[in-house]
Every structure is written in structure tokens, then in C-alpha cells.
Design a protein around this ligand. Structure first.
Ligand code: TA6
Length: 314
């Protein structure tokens, strides 16, 4: 390790937007935009990009950036009176210079603390005071951790209720070659059928058409296996009982202006979320929701990946 290793760099990104680059000793990196408090890039120690960002994303506020890890708060989706996915993803966050202490592994050096607070403008549509603290950490092994702490700071004695998601866009080689392990046999709410409830079959989830499902009460660990890339993403989550799986497929992709017509093939959203049971905080209460992403090489075994090994491993 060089003595000059810079773990955290503050600079300008696309469209002159403020961003923070996190770097780790073995070469992995991540980029976080203050606009949206959004992770836009996560690279492994070979410099390979692991997140999908649309080539048509304009990076022009007030539009949310299509890709990376948008934060959906205080509303996931369009069920509610707020704009789709809430407003946190198109607000300018600030650097949090003095966050309350975390009970975590504090040997990590590549991390940034961001904060979003209520504003007069937002109070017109969501009349609450809050502090949303987000820590993004890149571990020495290249794992990416996001921890959200949301506190009700209302002074009028009122509780508030919200839904939430880390809307992860993973970069995949070819959506037809990808499968998800860890969600089989679970119940899901189908966004394509008015959030009706169904039960998933026993097989791993594969993709051959549009999917937009909210799996409820899922295990804390989900694996996304990319056969062609021989790569497995492992998503671990805490405080986030649900998992959303979304791919727009060809017809829907054509209707999304900031997504290339063919780009649906190279993206898959698997999101750590709290949707089915909204979270309510009384004044002074804090909620914490955490996810950890890792990308590990996976190998073939008689033409098939062994998902059990992936799910059992650390
Ligand atoms: O998380 C899945 C989803 O809620 C889909 O319903 C979908 O349309 C999508 O997110 C993207 O939403 P956006 O508002 O970013 O276009």
C-alpha cells in the first residue's frame, strides 16, 4: 500500500455534480453522488463495473439518475400520495461531518457519511421533520455497505410512516443467463397485477419476460448468479424484510426515455426493501436499514452453478 493512498476523494462528476470516490487498497472503488445520495459506480479490484447505469441517464436534476443505487424514501413505488419512489433520490444531500457513532467495524477507511433533512419545500408534500443519515462504505475486500438511519425529529408529537428501498441496479452480461437464488417458494406482490399476492414456485428465478415483484419476508441473503460472467452477487440485508425484483424487458424499456431500448438485457434490479409493512417512527425514534453487496467469482459444475454453496458461504 502506498503511503499516499487516498481512500476518500471529493470531486466533481458528470454535469458538474458533486461526487465522492471511495477507493480500497486492492483496487476496488465506488462513487457516490450527493445528488440523490446515490451510489453510481462500484468496481471490483480488476476495475470491472458491477452496477448498471443507463447510457441515456442525463444526470440533470430534478430527474433521478437511472442506475446505480437510488434511494427510495419516504415512499417506495407509486402507492401513496408522493411522486413515484419518494423524493430522496432527487434531492441534494450534504456531507454529514459529525454523524452520531456507529457500532460497526471502524477499521474501514473508505466511507462517506451523507445527510438529508426536511426542507420547507418538502414539508408541503410530506409534513414531517426528519434526519436521514446514509453511510456508504467500501470494505477492504471490495464489499459495498450502505447503512441508513432515519430519525423522526418532529416537534409536534406526530409519528410518521414510510416505505423504503435500496433500488440496486446490477450490471449483468445477459438477463437470459441470470438466475436468483433465495426467493423460491416465497410470497410476492405482483406490481404488474395491481400488487396481488402470489406464491413463487420452487425453482430459482430466471427471466424471459417483464418482471416487477415485491417478495415479502425474505431471507437476509439473496444470490444473483450471472452464468456468462461467472460472477455471483450476494446481497445481505438487515432491517429490510422485502426484496423487489425488476426488469422492464423489451416493450417497457422502449417506454422509458432514459433507458436504451436494448439496455434491459444488461441490468437487473434486486432491491432490499421495506414495502409490505410500512415503518412508523414516533418522535425521537430511529430506524436502521442496512445492505451489504459483494461480488464473487462463481464456477460451473456440470454446466450448472451450485447455488447452495453460494447461499451457504459467507
Ligand atoms: O422497483 C421496481 C419499480 O418500482 C418498477 O415498478 C419500475 O417501474 C421501477 O421501479 C423504476 O421506477 P422509476 O420511477 O425509476 O422509473
Amino acid at each position: 500500500m502506498s503511503a499516499e493512498m487516498v481512500f476518500v476523494e471529493h470531486c466533481k462528476g458528470i454535469s458538474g455534480l458533486d461526487k465522492v470516490i471511495l477507493r480500497e487498497v486492492r483496487g476496488s472503488s465506488a462513487e457516490v453522488y450527493l445528488y440523490g445520495g446515490q451510489v453510481i459506480s462500484w468496481k471490483n479490484d480488476h476495475g470491472e463495473e458491477l452496477l448498471f447505469v443507463s447510457s441515456k441517464a442525463p444526470f440533470k436534476p430534478p430527474k433521478a439518475i437511472r442506475g446505480g443505487i437510488p434511494i427510495c424514501f419516504p415512499q417506495f413505488g407509486s402507492h401513496g400520495h408522493l411522486e413515484q419512489h419518494g423524493f430522496a433520490r432527487n434531492r441534494f444531500w450534504s456531507i454529514d461531518h459529525d454523524p452520531p457513532p456507529f457500532i460497526t467495524n471502524n477499521s474501514n477507511k473508505a466511507f462517506v457519511d451523507l445527510i438529508l433533512k426536511h426542507s420547507e419545500e418538502d414539508a408541503k408534500i410530506w409534513p414531517h421533520r426528519y434526519e436521514f443519515r446514509l453511510r456508504v462504505t467500501l470494505g477492504p475486500g471490495g464489499d459495498l455497505m450502505l447503512t441508513s438511519r432515519i430519525r423522526n425529529t418532529n416537534t409536534d408529537g406526530k409519528s410518521f410512516t414510510f416505505t423504503f428501498a435500496y433500488h440496486n441496479y446490477f450490471s449483468v452480461s445477459d438477463i437470459s443467463e441470470v438466475r436468483i437464488e433465495g426467493l423460491e417458494t416465497l410470497d410476492y406482490l405482483d406490481n404488474l397485477q395491481d400488487r396481488q399476492r402470489f406464491t413463487e414456485q420452487g425453482d430459482a428465478i430466471t427471466f424471459e419476460s417483464e418482471v416487477d415483484k415485491i417478495y415479502v419476508s425474505t431471507p437476509t441473503k439473496i444470490a444473483i448468479l450471472d452464468h456468462e460472467k461467472k460472477r455471483t452477487f450476494v446481497l445481505r440485508k438487515d432491517g429490510l424484510p422485502d426484496a423487489v425484483v425488476w426488469n422492464p424487458w423489451d416493450k417497457k424499456a422502449k417506454l422509458i426515455p432514459d433507458l436504451g431500448d436494448e439496455e434491459y438485457k444488461h441490468m437487473l434490479c434486486v432491491e432490499a426493501a421495506a414495502v409490505e409493512k410500512p415503518i412508523t417512527l414516533k418522535p425521537g425514534e430511529e430506524w436502521k436499514g442496512r445492505q451489504e453487496l459483494s461480488a464473487v467469482p462463481s464456477s460451473y459444475c456440470s454446466g450448472q452453478l451450485d447455488p447452495q454453496k453460494v447461499l451457504q458461504g459467507n
